[in-house]
Every structure is written in structure tokens, then in C-alpha cells.
Ligand binder design. Structure first.
Ligand code: 9MR
Ligand code: ZN
Length: 560
């Protein structure tokens, strides 16, 4: 049994971890590279089991100064030690958290980060059979007032975005698409996955049933003319109450071209996937996607979203939308093979917007989502192989991965991030880099990239300067006070497991973070496990979705 440290408590800056040696607290696959980071001087280290018996000894190497933490670090490499079991790394009388070496280290984690989407569901009862102690009655079922045009609309369903109860189209499309790509890339793995959700056993893979819950909501967010509303939220964020108690009036806010394009892309992607399971649903998705595309064609200039005065819920504003349109064109082309979509894709592909910003063709977040367009094109069966664009895009992903691998080697903790990348949601950046390593491995057949990908996961799960695992419920010393309203309001000590935490943010973008963390703190240390710190400790669907994709890649590889 693991002892869980750090009950809900008065937060302190710095590491509250009782451990001084930092490992991936979920563990390591037997044949993988395995290292612990030791931020104090030592020559040797040992691997001991729970009884303190020694199984392995080795010499550390002195890495030196790690830039993003300010630590002088030593690396304990125990890759040669492969015996399955539960262990700690020890040195100079100090120890790491308990971790496992096993083929199954990612199994429970993979399940939990995927199941997390069920807990984010809005508009339905979370039944005890599926939600256990986290069950609660339905929420946000009332009609929403349409702010611009007046009238009311039923936009029930979908996932709550994050620690707040808003539902935002661009964020949701990003998360849902990453789950759908997880399925598209690794269908066999998900075919076997039982998430214990109401739809389990229906013959449709559970991951697709979960995504359909979001898609059915999103289809309701489309206006009659094909445009898509940017978000549905209350006027202001609710206090820390359960979602069913958040009964403030709901509003559907203005349409935006980024929401319409993301919706267009997602529906086209989904139409291709659900065709095998439900032809009518697939047709509905395709029709909705084409209607969105028509609207985009009639509105070539960005229609940008801003919050109206008096509203403090999320904005997810984007100053340009060509990456969103690029993704939409790629998915519709992939679905239909029609020239109309290909032409737009080619036009944006070669447009000056992308000049000097080729990273936009590989980035995977809601803000810059072109990477999903590139992925769609690379995987597209209709692609005109003579154009060579697929190859160029694959090269872009590979080139970026080589560059990321260099960054990974320069980090004492093995994170492929530079100091400026520790902004709001830096753990998402870490996971996106992990995914890029996986894509590069698949595109180049260079297996070293899988090692780089796993190494990013190790940072997320505790091999970092605070020694904390940034996934709730995973690790002896993990984040336990997420800025996630149900977790603060449900009276249950442990948060829903498998929530990926935003993580270190050097910009300290909320007032509590500023009071708790001294200015000038090294980026990787800018984190406190405090539920008030929404810019450090929140959870979101699009921070969980890249974890699903990364873990799916690693899990499916293991089975081969
Ligand atoms: O994840 C978003 C982050 O990239 C932005 O910097 C930040 C400020 O605009 O907003 C974050 O998104 C939040 C959203 O606006 C509302 N729901 C919670 C999201 C995570 O904190
Ligand atoms: Zn709700």
C-alpha cells in the first residue's frame, strides 16, 4: 500500500515532498531507459525494495547545472536493472518515492486519464455504477439565452472544459480530436478498452462513445446558417460548488471563425471514424461539417471572439484563424477527396501566413492547431502522392523532433522545454512534445524517439525539481488540490484520479500564485499544489487528451 503524503493542507512554496530523489512515480517499463535525478552531491546510488533490501548499485554521473530549475543535478541511470518489482532509489541516506518496474506501469494511468472525460460530462447524472464516490446529479440542463440574436437554445451535454463549468468549442474540438486521433492511430488498443461508462458493451469502442457525448453537444452549438457559437457558459465563473448547484443563467455567446473551423474539422474527422458504427450519425456529422465550411467560405476574414463586458469566463481568443481553416480543409479533403477542399488546403499550405512560422503546421494546441491539419493530410488516403506535400509535412515533424531531442539532452530533468515554455499549462507543452516524438518515431522508424517520448512522461510523473507527480492519484507524492470545482466541493479527500494538472507557470498568472511564489523563481519551480492557483493547478480536457494520445502510443507499442 502506498502512503499518500500531503493531505489537503496549507500550501507552502517549494517542495513539500518527503523525498529528495526524483523518479517517475508511476514507474518504468523493464527495457526502457530508467533514470532518477538527484539534486545533491553523491557518487553512488542504490535500488532498494520496500523492505530496504538492495537490488542494484551504480555510480551517478554529474550533469551539472540544470537551467530551468537552477539545480545542480546528478543522474542515477539504472536502465540495466530490469527486474519487475517496487523500488526506491537511495543515496546518502535519502530516498525517492516508490516506483514500479513492470510491463504494466502505464496501464492504470492510461485508463484513468481516459476515464477522466466521463467525469467532465455535463448535463447527465453521473451514476454510482460508473462514477463511484464521484457520482452527482445532472447539471446545466436549462436552455441557454443566445446573446447576439436573442431567443433560447438547448445546448445540453458535452464536457465541462476544466476546473470551471464552461463549455468552449475550440477547446473541446481540440481535446475531442486528440482522442479521435488516438483511436485512429491505435484502433486495436481502444477496441479492447472498457471504460465502465454507460455505453460500455454497446459494440462501439468506449472511447468513441465518450467522444460522441461531446460531439452531440457540439452539433447543438451550430447556428442555422452553419456558423458555430464560441462557447456556452454562465456570465461569471461559479464559486467552488458542485456543478448541479451552479444554476446561474446560461448564455450562448457570439460565433467565431476559429470555433466554426475547428467544428468543421472535428465533424469531418468524426464522420470518417463513425461511418463504421453508425451511418446516420456519420452523415449528420458530414452535413454539419460542410455547412460550417460553406459559412467559412462566405466569411474569409477572421471573425474573432471577445468576451462581452461583465463576463469573466474563458475567452480562448485567437488573433488569426488560418491554422483552423487549414485543419478544416485537410479533414474535409481527407473525408471526401473533393477538389474544393484540397484547393483551400493547398492555398493555405503555401500562403505567406505560414512563412517563418512553420511550427504552426505542427503545433497541436487549441491556439495553434495546424498540426492536426498536417496529420490529417499525412494520413489521408486521397492525397495526391505526386505533390510531395505529405512527405514535406512528415519532414517538418521529424525536423522538429530532432530539435526537441536536443533540448531534451540539455535538460537535467530530461524535459524538452526551454525556460520560456513554462507558461500557463506547461504540462500540455511537455505532452505535446512527447506526442511529436512519437509521431517522429512513427514517421522515421527511429526508435530513439520513443525513448524521448517516455522521458517527457517521466518528467510529468515526478522526475522534476519539486518531485511531484502532476497526475492526480498517480504517485506517492502527487498533486492533490487541483483547481477543479468538484474536487473542492464534493467533500471527498481524494480528487478524481487521472487529471493532468497545468503545472509550472513562470508568468504566475493568478494573484494567489504571485503571493505564494517569489518573483524570479526558476520556471520549473513555479508551482504550488493549491486549489486557488488556477494558473498553476487547474485541470482541462485538452491537458488530459494529449496524455491519452501519448500513453496510447506507448501502450500499443508494448503489445507489438
Ligand atoms: O489554457 C488556457 C491558457 O492557455 C491561457 O493562457 C489562459 C488565459 O487565457 O486560459 C486558459 O484556459 C482556461 C479557460 O480560459 C477557461 N477554462 C479553464 C482554462 C484553463 O485554465
Ligand atoms: Zn454541467
Amino acid at each position: 500500500m502506498l502512503t499518500i503524503y500531503g493531505k489537503k493542507k496549507e500550501p507552502e512554496f517549494g517542495s513539500n515532498s518527503p523525498f529528495r530523489i526524483y523518479v517517475d512515480q508511476a514507474g518504468y517499463l523493464p527495457d526502457s531507459r530508467k533514470t532518477a535525478v538527484i539534486p545533491f552531491e553523491t557518487k553512488v546510488f542504490a535500488i532498494t525494495d520496500e523492505n530496504g533490501d538492495k537490488h542494484f548499485e551504480g555510480e551517478v554521473t554529474h550533469f551539472g547545472q540544470d537551467e530551468c530549475s537552477g539545480d545542480d543535478v546528478y543522474i542515477a541511470d539504472f536502465s540495466a536493472f530490469r527486474r519487475p518489482g517496487s523500488y526506491r532509489v537511495t543515496a546518502e541516506g535519502k530516498s525517492s518515492a516508490l516506483f514500479r518496474i513492470s510491463d504494466g506501469v502505464y496501464k492504470e494511468l492510461f485508463f484513468d486519464v481516459t476515464k477522466a472525460f466521463y467525469y467532465f460530462r455535463c448535463g447527465c447524472d453521473l451514476d454510482k455504477r460508473f462514477a463511484g464516490v464521484y457520482s452527482h446529479p445532472r447539471c446545466h440542463c436549462g436552455f441557454a439565452e443566445i446573446l447576439a440574436e436573442g431567443g433560447e437554445v438547448n445546448v445540453r451535454g458535452g464536457w465541462h472544459d476544466a476546473g470551471d463549468y464552461g463549455r468552449y468549442v475550440t477547446a473541446g474540438a481540440c481535446a475531442c480530436a486528440q482522442l479521435l486521433y488516438s483511436y485512429k492511430l491505435f484502433p486495436e488498443l481502444f477496441g479492447k478498452m472498457n471504460l465502465n461508462i454507460p455505453e460500455s458493451g454497446s459494440g462501439v469502442p468506449d472511447i468513441l462513445s465518450e467522444c460522441r457525448y461531446e460531439l452531440e453537444w457540439m452539433l447543438r452549438m451550430q447556428r442555422d446558417d452553419g456558423a458555430v457559437y464560441h462557447k456556452v457558459t454562465t456570465m461569471n465563473h461559479a464559486p467552488f460548488i458542485m456543478p448541479e448547484r451552479d444554476t446561474d443563467k446560461l448564455y450562448v455567446f457570439n460565433v467565431s471563425s476559429s470555433a466554426t473551423a475547428d467544428f468543421c474539422a472535428l465533424c469531418a474527422l468524426a464522420a470518417g471514424i463513425y461511418k463504421d458504427y453508425d451511418e446516420d450519425f456519420s452523415k449528420r456529422l458530414k452535413r454539419a461539417s460542410v455547412r460550417a465550411f460553406n459559412w467559412l467560405e462566405e466569411h474569409p476574414e477572421p471573425v474573432i471572439f471577445f468576451n462581452p463586458p461583465g463576463c469573466n469566463t474563458g475567452v480562448y481568443s485567437e488573433e488569426f484563424d488560418f491554422d483552423n481553416r487549414y485543419w478544416a480543409a485537410a479533414e474535409l479533403y481527407s473525408l471526401t477527396g473533393e477538389k474544393r477542399y484540397h484547393d483551400l488546403f493547398l492555398a493555405i499550405y503555401g500562403s505567406p501566413f505560414f512563412e517563418g512560422r512553420s511550427y504552426l503546421k505542427t503545433s497541436l494546441g487549441y491556439m495553434n492547431i495546424g498540426g492536426l491539419g498536417s496529420l490529417a493530410y499525412i494520413m489521408c488516403r486521397n492525397e495526391d502522392k505526386n505533390s510531395g506535400i505529405s512527405r514535406q509535412l512528415a519532414d517538418l515533424f521529424a525536423t522538429e523532433a530532432y530539435w526537441l531531442a536536443d533540448k531534451y539532452k540539455k535538460s537535467g530533468y530530461g524535459a524538452a522545454l526551454e525556460d520560456w515554455e513554462y507558461y500557463w499549462g506547461s504540462n500540455m507543452v511537455l505532452l505535446h512534445h512527447g506526442i511529436k516524438f512519437v509521431l517522429a518515431a512513427m514517421l522515421t522508424n527511429d526508435n530513439e524517439f520513443y525513448t524521448c517520448a517516455e522521458e517527457q512522461l517521466h518528467v510529468l510523473l515526478g522526475r522534476n525539481p519539486l518531485g511531484i507527480s502532476y497526475v492526480t492519484g498517480h504517485g506517492e507524492y502527487a498533486s492533490r488540490c487541483p483547481h477543479y470545482r468538484p474536487s473542492a466541493a464534493d467533500g471527498i479527500e481524494e480528487s478524481v484520479p487521472g487529471l493532468v494538472i497545468g503545472g509550472p507557470n513562470r508568468d504566475l498568472s493568478d494573484s494567489y500564485a504571485k503571493t505564494l511564489i517569489p518573483a524570479g523563481t526558476p520556471p520549473m519551480r513555479c508551482y504550488v499544489d493549491d486549489e486557488r492557483c488556477f494558473s498553476l493547478n487547474e485541470t482541462t480536457i485538452y491537458w488530459n487528451s494529449p496524455a491519452v494520445l501519448l500513453l496510447a502510443a506507448l501502450e500499443s507499442r508494448k503489445k507489438n
